[in-house]
Design a binder for this molecule. Sequence first.
Ligand code: DC
Length: 220
Amino acid sequence: MLKIALDGPSGAGKSTLAKEIAKRLGITYLDTGALYRTVGLAAKLQGVDPADADQVGKMLSVITVRVELENGSQVVYLDGEPVGDRIRTPEMSMYASRVSAIPAVRAFLLDTQRDFARRNPVIMDGRDIGTVILPDADVKFYVTVDPTERARRRLNELLAKGIETTLDEVLADMKARDLADSTRAVAPAVKAPDAIELDNTGDFDETVERALSIIRERTK
Ligand code: DC
């Protein structure tokens, strides 16, 4: 079963890239961030502090998180209910970021991710796919983007949502978050030693073509 890992920092355009590669190869795309967001949603619904490892740990023993393929797309269920767009708010980004630093949460979601890869040829995007979840992936990518370009994209997203900010503010914020993500004790967002760096600064179609040719080369 084909397994491709695609890791990298937030705002590097991983999901757009992974979706396109999945489409071109006729394989499945799994957005693993959605699983952390779902645990975040559970904490919110149960009034649990997402930074409290004890409380979150107790919550994990009473919730179920499942991911299914429906018409080729992933649907995540929390306690039997599809989570839908409820996990896509800025508040849930914050909740997901907090719970994702708790070792018990990472352990809780490990089998879900590995089982999915066992059942489906897949490209998974995340932070620790190549290092922890699928260390035996056929191809591992680590996506990078020039920091200023990444900040510019993020700034446009925020302005489109009506959030007033500046490029300098966004750059500073991103640097702080990258540092926290790459130095955290649990599953830091780092490049696997055998991952191939994929620069996603330039033309999107060219990046996709570059990825596809690397995949063909590595899997022939
Ligand atoms: O990719 P995203 O923004 O949906 O991820 C939400 C949060 O979950 C983000 O703070 C990073 C974390 N995450 C993680 O720790 N490991 C993953 N494999 C995917 C996401």
